[in-house]
Design a protein around this ligand. Structure first.
Ligand code: NAP
Length: 349
């Protein structure tokens, strides 16, 4: 594995938001990356980070960053690596501009996920998608949707071992997934909201690209089809998914369990600083997984699977859970960036 000789300076776009604050937390003391520039909207640019941000995390703002003056997100800097936690209404063009200037942009926004030249990366599942990029020439790497990541981690072992034909999924998504202001117009206590605008289309399209195969420089999507219903629930962090799957052939419970239990990341991914020991764990407690108990497994980077049982309509059904701002956003993006660095995709600073 190629670890950098010295910390790599990185910029963060969207530093004031919910995901941006997670990046700030995770990058504080990161062994490979040093946050040197924070950027947000024109509303925040020019202000000290501590003054502009509505800090919503339990730990204090890292002192070195509290004093940093925010840049506008369209200002191009010298950093070869840029993380983006920008609102999707502006992410598309801004990320393209940073990538065109030679930076590698690792984004959480939806805008470029399905672009042909953009890896939709879950490092344990499809690290070869990085080959869509030209080393050291910049580009965009996309983190999948925060619910799709958990779905893809749970499905990848089944796709590899048996083939997955059809998937029916209902999500129960945490409040933090809506961003700092996303639920202003809703009552969330004693309630759930059976609409997350645009979310179902992401679940229905992204898994096929993630689980696809790279052939002749393009991703050939996996042949599975997905039907999704997405629901916001009064949980702080952690997206829980109820999943039914139809597989390409009949499979016994033991084979299914073995597929999940034997699933490991490639060696160079396992060694990355943010990689969890196990990307997927199978939980045997009858009432697992639960967000409060299991979202932080593997430092919030492990997806858990439980309640595995026969499905009277498809073949099997189960529940899977993953942390939306760690595995589903900032943590997943850090792991993707670490892999890009380790595999030599980053231009020398
Ligand atoms: P958020 O809390 O609403 O934060 C949005 C960020 O975008 C803020 O830093 C904001 O800066 C910036 N921004 C807004 N308008 C801008 C503009 N015109 N120009 C430049 N910057 C602008 O949202 P979030 O939940 O952190 O999500 C960020 C991105 O990650 C979104 O694309 C979202 O879909 C995606 N995502 C979120 C999650 C999650 O669990 N929350 C998971 C996966 C992916 P100001 O403070 O200056 O307005």
């Amino acid at each position: 594995m190629r670890a950098p000789a010295r910390p790599i300076p990185v910029a963060l776009l969207g530093a004031t938001g919910s995901v941006g604050q997670r990046f700030v937390q995770l990058l504080d003391g990161h062994p490979w990356f040093r946050l040197t520039r924070l950027a947000a909207s024109e509303r925040s640019a020019g202000r000290r980070y501590a003054d502009a941000v509505r800090w919503s995390r339990p730990e204090p703002i890292p002192s070195a960053l509290a004093e940093l003056v925010l840049s506008p997100a369209d200002e191009l800097g010298p950093e070869a690596l840029v993380f983006s936690a920008l609102d999707a209404s502006v992410a598309g063009e801004l990320e393209s501009a940073h990538a065109a200037s030679g930076a590698l942009v690792v984004t959480n926004a939806r805008n470029h996920r399905m672009d042909a030249g953009v890896p939709l990366l879950v490092p344990e599942v499809n690290p070869d998608q990085l080959e869509l990029l030209t080393p050291c020439r910049g580009g965009i790497v996309a983190n999948p949707n925060c619910s799709t990541i958990g779905l893809a981690l749970a499905l990848a072992p089944l796709e590899r071992a048996f083939g997955v034909r059809r998937v029916m999924v209902t999500t129960m998504q945490a409040l933090s997934g809506a961003g700092l202001d996303g639920l202003r117009d809703h009552v969330v206590e004693d309630n759930l909201i059976p609409l997350i605008a645009g979310e179902e289309a992401k679940l229905e399209s992204e898994a096929a690209k993630i689980l696809g195969t790279l052939e002749g420089g393009i991703v050939r999507p996996a042949s599975l089809s997905v039907s999704a219903t997405c629901v916001r629930v009064p949980v702080s962090d952690g997206h829980t998914l109820s999943v039914s799957v139809e597989l390409d052939r009949p499979v016994e419970l033991g084979e299914l369990r073995a597929a999940w239990e034997s699933f490991v990341a490639p060696d160079d991914v396992r060694e990355l600083p943010t990689a969890p020991e196990r990307p997927v764990v199978l939980l045997d407690e009858p009432d697992a997984p639960q967000p409060r108990l299991h979202r932080d497994l593997g430092g919030g980077m492990t997806a858990s699977v439980g309640r595995v049982r026969p499905c009277p309509l498809f073949d099997w059904k189960f529940v899977t859970l993953s942390h939306n701002t760690l595995r589903g956003a900032a943590g997943g993006a850090l792991l993707a960036a670490e892999l890009a660095v380790a595999r030599g995709y980053l231009a020398a600073p």
